[in-house]
Design a protein around this ligand. Structure first.
Ligand SMILES: Nc1ncnc2c1ncn2[C@@H]1O[C@H](COP(=O)(O)OP(=O)(O)OP(=O)(O)O)[C@@H](O)[C@H]1O
Ligand SMILES: [Mg+2]
Length: 388
């Protein structure tokens, strides 16, 4: 059995598999495309860049599906990113991403000889999984059905035309499944790095690709169910608008949201908000400012109304990849407006925070249940602690 924590983001899946080290991380853009067959290109060495699978799970509404996932999917002409109106707990795509993530881990870490059968192409993998849902879905009680569907489902992932793993099938089963709430999980992680958070009412504002989750955690570490909220809007739309406007104005195609984010968040003043059209540096700052300041004001309004409802909030922690994109705009608006106490954790931390927290919750669960946690699955500090 292996421990796994999976943050099924609308923009990307972030997972810790078997432990919390750098080598345990897996990041897969949340893009899926129907794909029957393809030919593996000689150059392809890394399976992660060319995931092509058949997912067979009785939890899928659309039945058995042959799909490209992640980078390979984004290269297909027709592909599906999640739309804001779908619930994670009910979407086939979220399930496909989750199972694919685990299958990628399983082919490397479970041996067919663990099976009774001789078939070395079939791998049986059992997981103890920690995952979660956004605030608005847990508020509606969807977590129970989500947990049951993952835990009791019959899941099989077969690698089709994927380099290295082609032909292997992984049968995934679950020892148990913990379904957390995204915002509350972030609180657990934040309370480690920001000691002063404990005992205070705080707002955790998670700006993602397609959604913004605002979790209020009260001073006795409970989720405020009445005023915590979420909107189905993140930075993806604004990024798409920028890409379109840059093309219209400069006839220059920024290939992906990710490439654009690099341009926007570059620390080098010569690169920041700059594209090179036929070698000539061209500023796109006007377009970027227009789009992102509009979105930042919307996000700011949301925070303001929360603060109006719960005036006792002492601090707002802005996390998620979207916070990194909107950081300077939010700070500027705030300076001229309510001057709320804001914190922006480091970008990497804020993207990985929830997956990391899910793993921590899992290790706590194991300790409580007396399940042995492999040493490499513990955070470094705790390993040092047990070694004492
Ligand atoms: N290193 C980075 N620096 C800045 N922005 C980033 C970085 N990585 C991702 N982003 C941007 O942040 C946005 C969302 O990131 P994040 O991973 O927090 O969303 P998500 O959790 O997948 O989505 P959701 O919370 O809506 O389910 C994306 O639009 C992405 O372009
Ligand atoms: Mg997220």
């Amino acid at each position: 059995m292996r421990l796994a924590s999976v943050d099924i983001g609308n923009d990307a899946v972030k997972a810790f598999l078997g432990g919390v080290g750098e080598e345990n991380k897996l990041y897969i853009p949340n893009v899926v495309a129907k794909l029957e067959s393809r030919s593996i290109v000689e150059m392809e060495k890394n399976p992660i860049d060319a995931i092509h699978v058949e997912v067979n799970s009785n939890t899928l509404k659309g039945g058995i599906q042959k799909v490209a996932v992640g980078k390979l999917a984004s290269k297909q002409n027709v592909n599906e990113e999640l739309t804001p109106d779908t619930d994670k707990s009910e979407s086939d795509q979220a399930m496909i991403l989750l199972l694919t993530t685990l299958a990628l881990d399983a082919v490397k870490n479970f041996k067919p000889k663990d099976n009774k059968e001789e078939d070395d192409q079939v791998i049986k993998a059992r997981y103890l999984l920690s995952t979660g849902l956004p605030m608005d879905e847990t508020k509606r009680g969807l977590n129970k059905a989500f947990r049951k569907k993952i835990r009791d489902g019959l899941h099989k992932v077969k690698f089709l035309d994927t380099p290295v793993y082609q032909g292997k099938t992984v049968e995934i089963s679950f020892e148990n499944v913990l379904v957390n709430t995204e915002g509350f999980a972030a609180y657990i992680e934040l309370s480690e790095n920001y000691k002063d958070i404990v005992g205070k009412t705080v707002l955790i504002n998670d700006i993602g690709g397609l959604s913004t989750d605002s979790a209020i955690i009260t001073k006795d570490a409970q989720v405020d169910n009445e005023f915590s909220d979420g909107i189905k809007k993140g930075v993806a739309g604004a990024l798409d608008n920028i890409i379109r406007k840059v093309y219209n104005k400069h006839r220059y195609t920024i290939k992906s949201r990710r490439d654009l984010v690099e341009i926007i968040t570059s620390e080098d003043p010569e690169e920041k908000n700059t594209i090179y059209v036929a070698g000539t540096s061209t500023s796109i700052q006007d377009i970027v400012d227009e789009e992102l300041s509009t979105l930042a004001s919307e996000e700011y309004k949301l925070m303001k109304s929360i603060w109006r409802n719960v005036p006792g909030i002492r601090k707002a922690y802005n996390i998620g990849g979207g916070s990194a994109v909107l950081k300077t705009y939010l700070i500027d608006i705030n300076k001229e407006d309510a001057k709320f106490p804001f914190e922006f954790p480091k970008i990497e931390d804020s993207i990985w925070m929830i997956a990391r927290a899910y793993f921590k919750i899992l290790t706590l669960y194991c300790q409580k249940k007396g399940i042995d946690v492999p040493k490499e699955a513990l955070p470094k500090a705790e390993v040092a602690e047990t070694a004492k």
